[in-house]
Structure formats: structure tokens, C-alpha cells
Design a protein around this ligand. Sequence first.
Ligand SMILES: NC(=O)c1ccc[n+]([C@@H]2O[C@H](COP(=O)([O-])OP(=O)(O)OC[C@H]3O[C@@H](n4cnc5c(N)ncnc54)[C@H](OP(=O)(O)O)[C@@H]3O)[C@@H](O)[C@H]2O)c1
Length: 237
Amino acid sequence: MPRDDLPGVVVTGAAGGIGAAVAREAGARGHRVLALVHRPTSEPALDSSAVHVSVADVTREDVSEAVVRGLAAAGITRVGVLVNAAGVIRHGTTVASTSAQGVTESLDVHCTGVLRVTRACLPALLRAPRPVVLNLTSRHGSLSLAASGGVPGVPVSYAYRIAKAAQNMLTVCLHQELSPRVRILAVHPGRVATAIAPADADRSPGVTAGHLLDLAENAPSEWSGRFLEPPATFLEW
Ligand SMILES: NC(=O)c1ccc[n+]([C@@H]2O[C@H](COP(=O)([O-])OP(=O)(O)OC[C@H]3O[C@@H](n4cnc5c(N)ncnc54)[C@H](OP(=O)(O)O)[C@@H]3O)[C@@H](O)[C@H]2O)c1
């Protein structure tokens, strides 16, 4: 049963992978959870009295209305944790094979979508005592890493890298505006075995969800505006 003394948790991209695992783990820890999914789902991880599922496409301008309706239906007035986990991969590892539309679609999910959902949750975040926004990014969004040659053997995924780099700038902007009242972190979750996992994934979504919720609970204010892999490996922008 959800505990009324705990603030709620909102997670996007919750139909599978890391998002579904975060929803399940947050529910198990006693939070009311709003699990936002791209399309209707029968994901068993979300079958819990603590988890309310709402359909919300983060690329739609009216997603904020879906979020506000979902918060009310979930019985959440204060959001302690927002996990922006929605993600897509658009292929193209050379400039010739990369479509501009794929880059635009990726930016819309990874960056503008995070802006829309964070804006929709902001009033409820500001009602929580110690709120935090975890933007799930990737080490591949690091300009420093890319400029020094990237990860050896990993091809240049143009759309994904560009979208995550843009999301990283959004994280820093949100931090500048909202910290210390709201902690805003860019989190590389590691190599996690999901639908969009790298071939060398070595971590389960369940373990990752535990890391993320521990981070949400324990990250000091000084970690806001930082780029890290849990539990505490800091990455260069
Ligand atoms: N797995 C890794 O190793 C890894 C590493 C670094 C970063 N990340 C990041 O972690 C996040 C979660 O990834 P994951 O591994 O859990 O991948 P995943 O299993 O593919 O989950 C991504 C979710 O995002 C949803 N989504 C896509 N477009 C959406 C939209 N327009 N509106 C709402 N939801 C949308 C997908 O729903 P549909 O399938 O129904 O479209 C899917 O449920 C992503 O941002 C990813 O970039 C993952």
C-alpha cells in the first residue's frame, strides 16, 4: 500500500526497460507512482495498486494536460522524484545515412519532451520537501568524450548523441533556474539490458531502478547540475 507521508514519483517511458523498473521499485518503496507510457500497455511490472498508468506521448504539446490528469488520478499532489526515462534510437552512424527527421524526432523525445514533462510537474515538484529531477542521459551525450574520440569501437550514433547533448544543456539550464530548491541531475544509468541496450549491457533494469531511487533520496544539493553514473562516478560534460 502506498504511504501518504511519502511524495509521489513520476516516470516517463514506463512501458518497459528502466522506466517500468523504476515504477515498480518506487511502488515497492511505498510511493504513489504515475507511470507515463507512450501507448497503452499490459506491462506486468505496472500491475500494482501503487502505480497509476497514464498514456502520455512526450512529443505532444498537450502532454502537460495528460500529466496533470494523471497526477490527479494517481492521487499525487507532491512530486518528490521525476525520472525522465523516455527514449528512442534513430539509426545512422554516418552523416550520409543520418536523416534530419530522425535527429528532429530524437530531440523531441530526449530534450523537448523532458522540457514539457518537467514543466507540467513543476508545481507539484515545488510542493515536495526535497524534490529531484533525474534526466536519463548517456555517456554518448558527452561533448568531452566525443571530442576525445568517443568510446572505442562504438560508432557515431548522430541522432542519439545530438539529442542527449541537447538534453544535457537542458539539465544545466534547469539547474541554474531551479537549484537548490529542486535538484536536477543528468544520469547515465550504465549499460542496461533493455530494448535499446548496447551489446555489452551488464546491468539489469531492476538493479538500475534501485540505483536511481537511492540517488534521488541521497544526492546532496551540490550534485545538482552534475552529470554522473550512480552511485557516484562523475562524468565530464
Ligand atoms: N539501456 C541503456 O543501457 C541506456 C544507457 C544510457 C542511457 N539510457 C537512457 O535511459 C532511458 C531509458 O531507456 P531504456 O534502456 O529503458 O529503453 P527502452 O526500454 O526502449 O525504454 C524507452 C521507453 O521510452 C518510450 N518512448 C519512446 N518514445 C516516447 C514518446 N514519444 N513518449 C513517451 N514515451 C516514449 C518507449 O515506449 P515505446 O517503446 O512504446 O515507444 C519505451 O517504453 C532512455 O532515455 C535511454 O536513452 C539507456
